[in-house]
Design a protein around this ligand. Structure first.
Ligand code: DC
Length: 222
């Protein structure tokens, strides 16, 4: 039987950095489910679909195939066979991903892919509903969060590094709006699964969080 580690939490809590490191340490594969929602959103944006129109988005779902592959240990996301990994990281695509993620047709499409990966591989999977809905039987479940201010500051620094001149207040408001949308949707909202361990990364280093997760894994699985 495969071993599954689920890491959920709001945008900007550090899930992907931490999940990647945990996966590396354990030689598991890292599955970034947010990237799958982002690929779906990119497809809708390219097709100029009104993402507020559930029927139109649902219609488009029948022609789209999202897949993932690994290159030098890095997850690549395929949208109808095209590698779109470099095109899905913008705020626009992230916000559109949160918007299309409310629809059952979009979630059903990706659920199948996520569950089949976890059945056939040892995975560290991150997202919003992994412990609560996608992999309810995961051996380790983590709910990773941080204050809005900490998350906004991290995002601000990332954007400055990229040469942009962001406004921290705009970033904070964006985070608040995205949290609200992800936590209040009807299907599989972002929430802490009953049996998930809560980790607040506001005052912890990346290594500190990784070590805590590895210790929980050792206690439960070794
Ligand atoms: O983690 P991220 O920022 O790449 O995710 C983008 C959006 O995708 C997020 O705001 C909500 C949606 N998402 C989801 O609904 N369920 C998941 N398991 C992962 C992401």
């Amino acid at each position: 039987m495969s071993i599954n580690i689920a890491i959920d939490g709001p945008a900007g809590a550090g899930k992907s950095t931490i999940a990647k490191r945990v996966a590396e340490k354990l030689s598991f594969i890292y599955v970034d489910t947010g990237a799958m929602y982002r690929a779906m959103a990119l497809y809708m944006l390219r097709g100029r679909v009104d993402i507020k129109d559930e029927a139109a988005v649902t219609d488009m779902c029948s022609n789209v195939h999202v897949g993932i592959t690994y290159e030098d240990g890095e997850q690549r996301v395929l949208l109808n066979e095209e590698d779109v990994s470099g095109l899905i990281r913008s705020e626009e695509v992230g916000n559109a991903a949160s918007a299309v993620a409310v629809y059952s047709a979009v979630r059903a499409k990706l659920l199948e892919l996520q569950q089949s990966l976890a059945r056939t591989h040892n995975v560290v999977m991150d997202g919003r509903d992994i412990g609560s809905a996608v992999l309810p039987g995961a051996q380790v479940k983590i709910y990773l969060t941080a204050s809005v201010h900490t998350r906004a500051e991290r995002r601000y620094k990332e954007l400055v590094k990229k040469g942009e001149s962001p406004d921290i207040q705009v970033i904070e408001q964006d985070i608040i709006d995205r949290d609200y949308q992800d936590m209040h949707r009807k299907i599989s909202p972002l929430c802490q699964a009953e049996d998930a361990v809560l980790i607040d990364s506001s005052r912890l280093s990346i290594d500190g969080v990784v070590d805590r997760i590895l210790n929980i894994y050792k206690e439960r699985c070794c």
